[in-house]
Design a protein around this ligand. Structure first.
Ligand SMILES: [Zn+2]
Length: 53
């Protein structure tokens, strides 16, 4: 069984890295970019923007 995960943001498979050995279970993003962009797009049930005009 391969240690791979799918990045929550870019949906790309990412392979296990040594630096993640201590928190592999918590890894959800392939990098800082994706971690910060986690809310950028592809969020289901996004808030409905209220148009108050
Ligand atoms: Zn990513």
């Amino acid at each position: 069984m391969k240690d791979t995960k799918i990045c929550q943001t870019c949906k790309k498979p990412m392979e296990y890295r040594k630096k993640w050995r201590n928190n592999w279970d918590d890894v959800k993003y392939c990098g800082e970019k994706c971690r910060r962009n986690k809310n950028a797009k592809s969020i289901e049930g996004a808030r409905t923007v209220k148009k108050s005009n």
